[in-house]
Design a protein around this ligand. Sequence first.
Ligand code: GLU
Length: 376
Amino acid sequence: MTIARLAHLADAAACPRLVVKVGSSLLVGAEGVRRGWLQGLVAEIAAARARGQQVIVVSSGAIALGAARLGLERGGRGSLADAQAAAAVGQIALSGLWAELLCAHGLTAAQLLLTLEDLEDRRRYLNATATLTRLLDAGAVPVINENDSVATQEIRFGDNDRLAARVAQAAQASAVLLLSDVDGLYDRNPADPAAVLLGEIKGVTAEVHAMASGSTSSGMGSGGMTSKLQAAEIAERAGIALAIASGLHDAPIARTAEQGIGTLFLPRRKDAGRKAWLGGRLRLKGALVVDAGAARALAKGSSLLAAGVMRVEGDFGRGDAVAVRSDDGATLAHGLAEYDALECARLMGRQSADHAAILGYAPRSAVVHRDQMVLL
Ligand code: GLU
């Protein structure tokens, strides 16, 4: 059974494993932690567990909480050092809070702090999967945040929306619920009285992105909606449903599921494990720009041959993840390179028959093999 309606988020058969992401503004208000609200949410998590759903929490709020305690300006986001110091202070309080409130319902909290690299390195990704699975089987409720205190700019997710989508993928969850301060995605700037809340999206197309950028210009939802759409793209490709709903109300999960208020991004296709991981990667080591003939061949399921490569960007090694792009800048695929960047540059535009002579050793069959590539 797959998820086709918001109501399915509260249905153990359709959604046996749910990731709930809670944004900072829901957890921390001007007066500090919004404890009463959080107690309500935890009661909903306990209810979900009681009806047979496993729940993973992705919780923001460490920086906001820590900044308040340390008295840092700009919510602790004035500099990277401030944010990292604030997160170190806030994370202890945050995990303590979750542990305490879950414990009141007889539930055991488990803390995981992850960086982008933990989920983009294949071995670490599989390890995170194993840990999450074991925790869920043992009956714990994983409470996850980014490891903000140590993550450098380079290995940061930067937002918990994409982290939640990647966690859902690693945990093979059925759905992600992003609780935020908006009801969902509107068809235009939500400040426009004619704006309509979209209940269902089949595929995050360019048109859908344009709707979100409409809200950016108003300053409402702003960058927030952009990262949510990126999360939706990761999820849909992995065969996972993603919903955006407002957490500003009490019992937000029930409001979303029972009243159907929110936007549901339907899962689009289910790439097999390794391909889903590859397609959802956020950090790539380089790119191969290909000609129109190669682009057509890729769309038909062929491997990428050196003859169709026009340009090589970045400094990648063999086995690194690279983007495959068309000349007009559109990303066609992600794949693992069979050659390093220098070798690709030497082989590009050349027919396979010439490769052995160019390289001086036996060539591989393709620059990116179709089994190591996912079309986007
Ligand atoms: N990890 C950040 C925190 O705990 C939040 C990231 C986000 O805003 O999405 O404060």
